[in-house]
Design a protein around this ligand. Structure first.
Ligand SMILES: NC(=O)c1ccc[n+]([C@@H]2O[C@H](COP(=O)([O-])OP(=O)(O)OC[C@H]3O[C@@H](n4cnc5c(N)ncnc54)[C@H](OP(=O)(O)O)[C@@H]3O)[C@@H](O)[C@H]2O)c1
Length: 247
């Protein structure tokens, strides 16, 4: 496969665990410079140390994606350190799902703030640089829940449907700037995501759903596939699941 990854500057939100961490490892191993954002800075620092110890280039920046200025600082740090931003991966997210009638309004707010507004802030931070460069790639993370709704998961599904809508709107609008856009919708993947559930019965349901979860590298390979294509090939959507996942 063409390696269109080596030398690229890639910003990843939610890089302190799960899909983001696995993606940082894979892209770093393939020669990308990775700029890691999340709130748990110690985890980011130890990942950055590990990657630089293996000969890679990595930078850790404490980032809460619910703050627009912090996401801008993350992207600015990438450009200041490495001179450009080639790929923005808006991956940070959480899933404290529960039936609507329980009125877990704080959980709804957090999902909207991280899963939707966090993605928008990532776009806001990266787009001006990419427009100027006349090149770039924005990768947003949706979910199977961005395609299908399950009872008890309405708000999470709404946020992930929103990510797909935003990604399609972005795709249409950034054509003049030679920017690629990809939305990736994973099925159940083994990460810390179920830890964000706040309702014990939902956690138990999800524990069963996650029994068939596949490793986080499955997502990292999907990112690598989209990035590796020649610059005139724009992989817009990837939907993948464990082979045994029905929904
Ligand atoms: N795992 C799955 O089955 C699955 C399936 C479909 C879609 N997804 C999506 O994949 C993405 C990554 O999730 P994951 O599965 O890798 O779960 P995870 O292991 O829990 O990782 C979530 C990441 O998001 C970060 N994050 C949460 N709130 C944040 C905030 N306010 N600011 C900055 N970072 C924040 C976390 O870092 P800190 O806590 O350190 O900030 C962590 O690095 C999410 O968007 C999720 O919805 C996952």
């Amino acid at each position: 496969m063409i390696n269109n990854i080596k030398g690229k500057v890639v910003v990843i939100t939610g890089a302190s665990s799960g899909l983001g961490e696995a993606t940082a490892r894979l892209l770093s191993a393939q020669g990308a410079s990775v700029v890691l954002g999340a709130r748990r800075i110690e985890r980011l620092r130890s990942l950055a140390d590990e990657l630089t110890g293996s000969g890679g280039k990595a930078l850790a920046v404490a980032t809460d994606v619910t703050h627009c200025d912090q996401v801008k600082k993350l992207v600015d740090a990438a450009v200041q350190t490495y001179g450009r931003i080639d790929v923005m991966i808006n991956n940070a997210g959480l899933m404290p799902s529960s039936p609507l009638e329980r009125l877990k309004i704080e959980d709804w707010d957090r999902m909207i703030d991280v899963n939707i507004k966090g993605v928008l802030y990532g776009i806001a931070a990266a787009l001006p640089y990419m427009k100027q460069q006349k090149a770039g790639h924005i990768i947003n993370v949706s979910s199977v829940a961005g395609h299908k709704v399950r009872a008890g998961g309405a708000v999470y599904a709404a946020t992930k449907h929103a990510v797909r809508a935003l990604s399609e709107g972005l795709r249409l609008e950034v054509k003049p700037y030679n920017i690629r856009t990809t939305v990736i919708s994973p099925g159940v993947v083994a990460t810390e995501l179920p830890n964000s559930l706040t309702e014990p019965d939902m956690a138990e349901i999800m524990r069963k759903v996650y029994e068939i979860a596949i490793p986080a590298e499955s997502f990292a390979r999907a990112v690598a596939f989209a990035m590796s294509q020649p610059e005139n090939v724009d992989v817009n959507e990837i939907l993948f699941r464990p082979t045994g996942q029905e929904m």
